[in-house]
Write a protein of this length. Structure first.
Length: 221
């Protein structure tokens, strides 16, 4: 029961912290743990459609400020600021070099198994979810998986006593330009899914408000 309560306590602790204590820094060990739970997160077909950019350089954070209206309080004060990129159709299409790399070099599948998985993935993309009908459909599908990594990282942070804030408040087109010009990202392959800031709170949050379990759950026994 104590383990269960510890988990729930972490969820009650976590809130969208808008301003952090700039004097308090997350230790390397703690942040490595947070990042590792993002890396170990599940993804569709195990193809990991994400990349994490940890932006610690103050000059780079300044470049982000004008186009990230949702991070005006967190960019200057966060101990660690992460941009989570999602892969675009170029690398997520069933016959891409990236998918081949994942199956052979990361999953170490024998050729017959790899090509069998590629065919299942093709059907999934073309027919089941119709992801290849537009670039946006593929990107949105990849971005949804990035939110799994985001959630795992924020929960881990909360369990370690670290605050966080997920951030969607940014100008997408301008962010793409900064990715290319300032961060050297290939924007034909990646786009910003979401951002997240980590640090330590300066003020206690208000009481957490949510719908009740009965309001949001329907059981079919």
């Amino acid at each position: 029961m104590k383990v269960s309560q510890d988990i729930l306590d972490a969820y009650h602790f976590r809130h969208a912290c808008k301003v952090f204590d700039p004097e308090k820094k997350i230790s390397d060990e703690t942040f490595s743990t947070i990042l590792e739970t993002g890396r170990l997160s599940p993804s569709s077909f195990g193809f990991e459609p994400w990349k994490f950019l940890v932006v610690q350089d103050r000059a780079l954070r300044e470049k982000l400020m004008p186009v990230t209206w949702g991070a005006q309080g967190t960019l200057p004060t966060a101990s660690h600021f992460v941009i989570i990129l999602a892969r675009k159709q170029r690398s997520m299409k069933y016959d891409s070099d990236y998918i081949t790399h994942m199956m052979y070099d990361v999953h170490h599948l024998p050729e017959a198994a790899a090509e069998g998985r590629r065919e299942k993935y093709r059907v999934f993309q073309q027919q089941d979810f119709r992801l290849l009908e537009s670039e946006r459909a593929t990107f949105d599908w990849a971005a949804r998986q990035c939110y799994i990594a985001l959630g795992n990282m924020m929960t881990t942070a909360a369990m370690l006593g670290v605050d966080s804030c997920p951030i969607e408040g940014f100008k997408a087109d301008e962010m793409q330009q900064i990715l290319s010009d300032a961060l050297g990202v290939d924007t034909t392959e990646f786009g910003v899914a979401v951002m997240v800031a980590f640090g330590y709170r300066v003020t206690a949050p208000g009481k957490k408000t949510r719908q009740t379990t009965d309001e949001m759950t329907t059981w079919y026994n």
